[in-house]
Design a protein. Structure first.
Ligand code: FAD
Ligand code: FES
Length: 259
């Protein structure tokens, strides 16, 4: 598990501007919310959450944002990548009336847990928050699960005009939600946590990772919580005690980067 397996890319699909899904054969079990370390030969190894889970095939969905993701974006069907993992804890599916709030590429990793919830026939609403309508992806895939899908755009080009967390606040005031799941920009997730009050909450965090197996300490948040091992999914009670949640992350050199 801690050594990469080298495998060919099975499919490579453009989902929206600068967003791609690639799939690969991976017959092992993976839980929604877990992540792989993806090695792009000659470039880097980066964490990527699983966005597609079938028995034999798994997928990741990512934004072309920097050196590693740019190189990954260029790869085609048949090109090879290294995969190690899966790592992390994954979501715990609890509650009877669920709200999922995804922002940007955070949408991708929420889809498998929505699909899991819908297989159990749990009523759910999903908010997809993007900056502008051409960044929207996985809307049809989510609608096919029978979940209620709402879209928010920062610029108002589609759906609700504003942040996904603001739309979520309105829903939390109107509907009887008993569990909130989120992944997206950390400031959005920390606002959402403050709106949830006593409603249980699970959020997926991203931190710069090196080992992904709890040894190097690079991904620590709060008082020594390792995102790679203790997370990446943390509950609301834990996050309320993490002083850096929604405030800053650390870069590869350990410098604080404000959100
Ligand atoms: C557990 C986990 C799961 C992840 N899952 C996904 C996923 O499913 N899809 C996806 O697109 N990305 C995901 N990421 C983030 C992804 O790993 C980074 O975007 C990637 O490492 C960027 O690498 P790069 O070399 O392309 O960019 P870099 O050249 O390293 O950075 C480019 C820009 O992106 C910023 N950046 C880099 N990493 C992060 C980060 N972790 N958070 C915020 N900003 C960052 C940098 O500050 C810089 O401005 C995940 C991260 C973690 C920790
Ligand atoms: S990445 Fe090394 S401890 Fe988490």
């Amino acid at each position: 598990m801690n050594h990469p397996i080298i495998i060919p890319i099975l499919t490579s699909t453009i989902e929206a501007t600068d967003i791609k899904t690639i799939t690969f054969h991976y017959p092992g079990d993976v839980l929604p919310g877990q992540f792989f370390m993806v090695w792009i030969p000659g470039v880097d190894e980066i964490p990527m959450s699983v966005s597609q889970i079938t028995k034999r095939v798994k997928g990741i969905t990512f934004r072309n944002i920097g050196d590693a993701t740019r190189a990954l974006y260029q790869l085609k069907k048949g090109d090879h990548i290294g995969i190690r993992g899966p790592y992390g804890n994954g979501f715990t599916l609890i509650g009877k009336r669920l709200l999922f709030v995804g922002g940007g590429t955070g949408i991708a990793m929420l889809v498998p847990v929505v699909e899991q919830a819908r297989k159990k026939k749990l009523p759910s609403t999903v908010i997809l928050g993007v900056k502008t309508k051409n960044q929207l992806f996985f809307e049809d895939r989510l609608r096919r699960t029978g979940t209620t899908v709402l879209v928010s755009t920062d610029d108002g080009s589609l759906g609700y005009k504003g942040f996904a967390s603001d739309l979520a606040k309105e829903i939390l005031q109107k509907e009887k939600i008993d569990m909130v799941y989120t992944c997206g920009p950390e400031r959005m997730m920390s606002s959402l946590l403050s709106y949830c009050k006593s409603i249980p909450f699970q959020a997926s965090l991203e931190r710069y990772m090196k080992c992904a197996i709890g040894i190097c300490g690079q991904c620590c948040v709060g008082k020594g919580l390792r995102v790679c091992l203790d997370g990446p999914i943390f509950d609301g009670a834990t996050l309320k005690k993490v002083e850096d949640f929604g405030i800053y992350r650390r870069d590869a050199a350990g410098r604080k980067i404000l959100f």
